[in-house]
Write a protein that binds this ligand. Sequence first.
Ligand code: G4P
Length: 528
Amino acid sequence: MTFEEEIKRRRTFAIISHPDAGKTTLTEKLLLYGGAINVAGAVKSNKIKKTATSDFMEIERQRGISVATSVMGFEYQGKKINILDTPGHKDFAEDTFRTLTAVDSVIVVIDVAKGVEPQTEKLVKVCRMRKTPIIVFINKLDRDGKDAFDLLDEIESKLGIKVRPLTWPIGMGHDLKGIYNLYKRNLLLYTPNSTERVSETVNISEIADPELDNQIGAEDAEILREEVDLVESVYPPFDRDVYLNGDISPVFFGSAINTFGIQELLQCFLDIAPCPLPKASEERIVDSFEEKFTGFVFKIHANMDPKHRDRLAFVKVVSGKFKRNTNYKHIRLDRNLKFSSPTAFMAEKKSIVEEAFPGDIVGLHDTGNFKIGDTLTEGEIIHYKGIPSFSPEMFRFINNADPMKTKQLAKGVDQLMDEGVAQLFTMQTNGRKLIGTVGALQFEVIQYRLKHEYGASCNYENHNVHKACWISCEDKAQLEEFKKVKYRSMAKDKYGRDVFLADSAFTIQMSEQKFPKVKFHFTSEFED
Ligand code: G4P
């Protein structure tokens, strides 16, 4: 197979949802179709359960398991599919945001009864920022849920995306008869609890075909005809280019647990989802078909065994072919590194690979050289953009609780921050270290890991911060003036950028009025 063919057959994507909508179940069913796993339940173990919110030991254990399922690659109908797993737990949202920088498209799962939930909104917002193509899967059709048209309206208004249904439900809950495939023009009949990979499909050449009445009854056939008419008149015809541009999202209905409507989704996904896309770096846009290797680190996973403190850095190959035992330039360190055991991920298995193509994820063993966002190339100076930090929501000072272990604490904090467990801010007044996280759980995880992996002890002290704002200003004098006035609330992030720690929304509002040229950003990635 040629290099171009290898790239064109790759589909790298993530499934995102609010917890409990059915992401894990859908992932598993896709893997079953791909023949990558044989039994349901294989992926479940990866899930960080809701019940574990206060049990971080359990979360650590599950994190260990999740290394294996962080990336699930499999072959299906000549395509190489890479599913990037995202933690459903909201305290790990930052992890999910970063994973989204490494995918070429996403499938959003929505619960038919619950509709659009808060976590879905947040994640889709990040996708919209990057114009990532989105496919929507409305799950749990075997339960009574919202009216399909109402749900589509809700998706459009809450998620800010335009939709185009490609399958349509016939009934719902107890009355679920099947779905009509608007794309392939056939009927899929529903058989509850089907563990079969293929449900029964009936070809209906046109919606007026009397065979439809025979299959689902005259009454339902009539309703379906009316609804399909309405769909065709309300929604524009599906256009792949518009989808690839992130401007329209095809919608599928089904029930993941019943393996119903999944094949329709997968088939269409294979037809329309993009192969690895060009990626912007600070210097230029890099096309995936370029011959020279480039890639970036989007995730770092610590080894769970404290005796071997190596880590696994996940690199997305953006362009060229990545080869084992070859020297690559680590741009930030300005050093050549070579990797003797790069790992590829196929379903539940990890294996050492000789080469990897754009779209693939390779795991590199690391002894502390990598930070999230690092770029590797064959020599060209390129810095990939777009691993943003978002303003954390909780802030605590970290204090050393064991003066004999100061060095270990500093090293541990440093490495945990490189992994992206939390964000570290250094106060400009006195150099105190402030840790910011998305959820309370991270503080426990940090404390636990510092103790067990680095032998260091720490305690925390609450600090009232509403938001961390990255600031920019065209007017240098005004910026300096602002920094002087707000001296006590100024800190540096880990890259040395200025961050204003506002104690309330009101403070930000007042600052905006007083310093009209200073701009306040809630993510570290912004256009000036
Ligand atoms: P998540 O990863 O998005 O958090 O969701 P997950 O797949 O774990 O699904 C959440 C719950 O919803 C699970 O039930 C799962 O069995 C159920 N579910 C998934 N798809 C469907 C569907 O199509 N119809 C119905 N009725 N339920 C569905 P649970 O009781 O929380 O877990 P479990 O005990 O079944 O594992």
